[in-house]
Design a binder for this molecule. Structure first.
Ligand SMILES: Cc1ncc(COP(=O)(O)O)c(C=O)c1O
Length: 377
């Protein structure tokens, strides 16, 4: 019997994800497993040497004096707010184009978020619009260093001083970025970082840190992360349970050493995108003058976003939108009664922005494929 010739199977192209930790893990598996093993063998799992080493090293890295390791970036923001005695009715100025946690931390303290529009070009808080939103109830400004780039602290610090406001930097996305040569996290009275896996400095689970130069605030934050206790089993202030654990701190101690080189790799990828993406009307991200962008994500703008993203998906390239919904438009925050008519760029950009694959281990061949596929759209 003569068999029919099998039709040649078309080889499926490997998937390209917007982000993955798997290549990094493959490369560093033995170091990471050794670090975890060392913790397990040490007899100390919570708030011990790995955490205090990391607090010291990371606060130095951000040019702060103190660091308090906590369970997440959301907790870092909430504890920072609690340390400034934020209460029901206080107003906090921030943006609506951010991750929900920026706002959920404010709401968890009983305060009210007040949104300022973003710049069309860099997606960051428009500092010229901040003062219009200041009232007698305003206590704090939380600029979000979105996508890996610092907000305009030259202006923001002056506004805060003039109006007697504190600044908490939301640095969840900006570890390793610089503004006028100074690190992200060095401009706030307190600054909050996330070590969620996708972040520039990400662990293999959850983690966060508050950094500050102020000893009083540091002591308070340290207390607040552990039920408000300064001595065992006695709370002298209402606090929460939010500890960075030894396992994640040990991974972060290793990853901090390679953060700058990881960011250089991200910047190289961004440069290759910038120089080679040629699709008409695809607007590429900008790096502001005096900024060193850490490219947590590479965000482009395109009017027919869904069409382009679907086409990329068909070609096994998976992108992400951060963020498709401005916070003021979400059901969970409808009670704030913010119509958002004055948040024009926020509303417009949420319909057009999306991020291309970006992580330090993204190979040149994958990068080339993303660029070629986009250019052929
Ligand atoms: C801008 C911003 N703020 C805060 C957070 C909260 O960080 P975490 O996920 O560690 O709670 C994130 C991360 O999702 C973020 O992107």
């Amino acid at each position: 019997m003569k068999l029919k010739k099998e039709p040649k199977l078309k080889k499926k192209l490997p998937k390209i994800f917007v982000w993955t930790y798997l290549d990094e893990y493959k490369k560093n598996k033995s170091i990471i497993l050794k670090s975890i093993d060392k913790v397990f063998k040490s007899g100390n799992l919570i708030l011990s040497n790995e955490v205090s080493n990391f607090e010291n090293e990371f606060s130095k890295f951000t040019q702060n004096k103190f660091g308090v390791g906590v369970n997440s970036g959301t907790d870092a923001l909430q504890i920072a707010l609690m340390s400034l005695d934020i209460k029901r009715g206080d107003e906090i100025i921030t943006v609506s184009n951010t991750a929900v946690p920026t706002v959920s931390a404010i709401v968890s303290c009983g305060a009210k978020p007040v949104f300022v529009d973003i710049n069309e070009k860099d997606f960051l808080i428009n500092s010229d619009l901040i003062e219009k939103k200041i009232t007698k109830k305003t206590k704090i400004i939380i600029p979000v260093n979105l996508y890996g780039q610092s907000a305009d602290y030259g202006k923001i610090k002056k506004i805060a001083k003039r109006n007697n406001l504190k600044i908490i930097e939301d640095c969840a996305q900006s570890a390793g970025a610089l503004y006028h040569g100074k690190p992200s996290g060095s401009f706030g009275d307190l600054s909050a970082f996330s070590f969620y896996p996708t972040k520039n400095l990400g662990t293999y689970g959850d983690g966060g840190m508050i950094v500050t130069k102020n000893k009083k605030l540091y002591t308070l934050c340290k207390k607040l992360r552990k039920y408000g206790m300064s001595k065992l089993y006695y709370s002298d202030k209402h606090g929460i349970n939010s500890r960075l654990d030894e396992i994640h701190a040990s991974i972060l101690n290793f990853k901090l050493k390679k953060l700058n080189s990881d960011i250089r790799k991200r910047r190289r990828i961004a440069k290759i995108y910038n120089e080679n993406l040629k699709l008409d009307d695809l607007i590429l991200p900008i790096e502001n003058r005096h900024n060193y962008h850490s490219y947590y994500v590479y965000v482009v703008r395109f009017k027919k976003r869904e069409k382009l993203m679907n086409y990329l998906k068909k070609n096994q390239i998976f992108c992400n939108i951060s963020y498709p919904f401005p916070i003021h438009s979400m059901k969970g925050y409808k009670y704030l009664n913010i119509n958002g008519n004055d948040l024009k760029n926020t509303n417009l950009l949420s319909k057009q922005i999306f991020s291309l694959p970006m992580y330090p281990e993204l190979s040149d061949s994958k990068l080339e494929r993303v660029i070629n596929v986009i250019n052929k759209f």
